[in-house]
Design a protein around this ligand. Structure first.
Ligand SMILES: NC(=O)c1ccc[n+]([C@@H]2O[C@H](COP(=O)([O-])OP(=O)(O)OC[C@H]3O[C@@H](n4cnc5c(N)ncnc54)[C@H](OP(=O)(O)O)[C@@H]3O)[C@@H](O)[C@H]2O)c1
Length: 231
């Protein structure tokens, strides 16, 4: 990992969120980044489902030089008051579309507009927060069909982009991350019987886990503890 002295530059998108804010703090406190730029919808107007907003944000950062880390911490389980469905009978196409727009297409737009900012001549990382429930091979419980499916789509988007980006950026690492069950606004009310990580613990683990992903594995689905999760 390049150090502060080397001018390591990172951007965290979704820096207003529980995990995003903790990733910014972790990067700042361990001296890893010369510059950590936090961007969010509520503070900077970066609505990730709006391509022009994503494109403009990338364009502004491009003028300041390449990025060693792009960390996307956006996403939601409840959108406009609609939470995860317990059964197929509860499916609502409008709700499903919003889940895909935010949890799959938003990160796809981030990859589209921010991957050109990764340097071609050294290691760089573009990571986005998925969720273990997006794993098809790990699905034993059912339920939450829109959220699960949007995260499964996200995993495929990252894997597909990784194959392509490896041709121009052979040292780049793309990854989807499962952060664990983390004590944030997103998880409140859904995780009563789960042990939770604090956002600070999750952020520290996620950055360490990313350090352990090689370019040969680009596109992998990685848990906070380093486990490789099956798609
Ligand atoms: N917490 C968990 O236990 C857990 C478990 C598995 C996976 N995850 C994943 O981790 C990610 C972050 O979750 P969190 O727990 O940190 O949630 P959080 O505290 O609710 O933060 C969500 C972040 O997403 C941003 N966001 C939401 N909609 C957006 C939009 N349309 N455009 C731009 N930004 C948007 C929010 O921005 P504003 O507040 O600025 O609007 C906020 O920064 C999500 O993808 C989630 O699926 C979390």
């Amino acid at each position: 990992m390049r150090t502060l002295r080397d001018g390591f530059r990172a951007v965290v998108i979704g820096a207003s969120g529980g995990i995003g804010a903790a990733v910014v703090a972790a990067l700042e406190s361990d001296g890893r980044a010369g510059a950590v730029i936090g961007l969010s919808r509520s503070v900077d107007g970066l609505e990730v489902t709006d391509e022009s907003a994503v494109k403009d944000a990338a364009q502004r950062l491009k003028e300041q030089g390449p990025l060693d880390l792009v960390f996307d911490a956006t996403g939601a389980l409840i959108i406009d008051g609609a939470g995860p469905e317990k059964t197929v009978k509860a499916l609502d196409p409008a709700v499903m579309m919003k889940q895909f727009a935010l949890n799959a297409i938003g990160p796809a737009l981030i990859i589209k507009h921010f991957s050109p900012l990764l340097p071609r001549d050294r290691r760089a990382v573009l990571a986005t927060l998925s969720a273990r429930v997006g794993s098809i091979s790990d699905n034993r419980l059912g339920g939450w069909i829109s959220y699960r499916a949007s995260k499964a789509a996200l995993n495929q988007i990252v894997r597909t982009a990784a194959v392509e980006i490896a041709r121009t950026h052979p040292q780049a690492v793309l990854a989807t991350l499962h952060p664990g069950t983390v004590d944030t606004a997103l998880s409140s009310g859904y995780t009563v019987n789960h042990a939770k990580l604090s956002p600070a613990e999750a952020a520290r683990h996620l950055l360490l886990a990313l350090d352990g992903v090689s370019a040969a594995e680009s596109g992998a689905f990685v848990a906070y503890d380093g486990e490789r999760i099956g798609y």
